[in-house]
Ligand binder design. Structure first.
Ligand SMILES: Nc1ncnc2c1ncn2[C@@H]1O[C@H](COP(=O)(O)OP(=O)(O)OP(=O)(O)O)[C@@H](O)[C@H]1O
Ligand SMILES: [Mg+2]
Length: 296
């Protein structure tokens, strides 16, 4: 079994209890449900990574942004994608500067021929990518590893050392360990199952669609100018759509955009504004054909 070493992050002391954390996120316009706050609170206290899974647009990425905004911590974001590798995520060498140094050395410049070859893979030529930035950051830092399910197996395996020991190994430099532990948040849309080895190194929370009540509050917060009638109409319509077997259900982001759309247009039939909320042609056609939003 993997035993995760625990050591609080600098942000741990900012919040006396879960309620305080929830309030702080609310202050950053993020209305988290209690379960997410409990998991996040413990992640800060134990200094363990937190994996947030959920459907598209339920507010996974926003957790990291809101926490950064609520605490003033630095947010370092690594957007994962197919084929992402160590050189994009951790470090790379500044080849141009290395080349210049070699030229200088060849011309008998200040670097000196002997020194150049030894130092070419030294700190001076190192380019820090997000993971290294976060590990070496001396200020409170949130490392958001976004959409880890888009990366491939190899990259996931590479992350294991970082997630369990907060350290990475760079062959030319050795092992680098975080002196100040960043808060590590990972998100996944669950387009594929993540490996057990990765999951075991993280606390885990599934973010669900919000209740009708919380979604109403979210829209009120995010679109403060929207009349109450628009807020209610949009939330009712989204709730109705989420009951259907659509290809892509609307996330919270879509609810917010729908309210903004209706605010911009003034009174408009919902069927005319589906572009704000449905992103699959068949879904749009079905909602119109079957008059699924009638009466909302
Ligand atoms: N709990 C919340 N409180 C306030 N706003 C929220 C909340 N959840 C979602 N939102 C709104 O929804 C938008 C989308 O959220 P976010 O980008 O975090 O979703 P996501 O789960 O990361 O989606 P994806 O899987 O597509 O990346 C945010 O910009 C924000 O406006
Ligand atoms: Mg996201």
């Amino acid at each position: 079994m993997t035993v995760i070493s625990s050591s609080p992050t600098p942000l741990a002391t900012r919040f006396g209890d879960v309620d305080a954390l929830q309030q702080a996120l609310r202050g950053a316009d993020y209305l988290a449900d209690r379960a997410v706050c409990v998991a996040l609170f413990v992640a800060l206290r134990l200094g363990q990574p937190l994996l947030l899974e959920g459907e598209a647009g339920v507010g996974k990425t926003e957790v990291g942004k809101a926490l950064a905004s609520a605490t003033g911590a630095r947010l370092v974001r690594l957007q994962c994608h197919e084929g992402i590798d160590v050189n994009q995520a951790l470090y790379d060498w500044d080849y141009q500067r290395q080349l210049l140094a070699i030229r200088r050395a060849e011309n008998g410049g200040p670097a000196g021929a002997g020194a150049a070859s030894a130092d070419l893979f030294g700190r001076e030529f190192l380019l820090r990518r997000p993971l290294l930035e976060a590990l070496e950051s001396s200020e409170p830092t949130i490392l958001l590893i976004d959409e880890i399910d888009r990366a491939d197996d190899e990259f996931e395996a590479f992350l294991l050392e970082l997630l369990s020991d907060f350290q990475v190994t760079i062959p030319e430099l050795g092992t680098i360990t975080a002196e100040t532990r960043p808060v590590v948040l990972l998100t996944s849309n669950r387009t594929r199952e993540l490996h057990d080895a990765l999951k075991r190194r993280c606390l885990y929370e599934w973010i669900d669609y919000p209740t009708r009540e919380r979604e109403t509050e979210i829209v009120r917060t995010r679109v403060p100018d929207a009349p109450e009638q628009v807020v209610a109409r949009v939330c009712d319509a989204v709730a109705r759509l989420r009951e259907q077997d659509l290809y892509k259900l609307p996330g919270v982001g879509e609810t917010v955009t729908w309210a903004q759309t209706l605010l911009a247009l003034g009174p408009a039939p919902l069927e005319e504004t589906l572009f704000a909320v449905l992103k699959v042609r068949e879904d749009v056609e079905r909602v119109r054909r079957e008059r699924l939003l009638d009466g909302v």
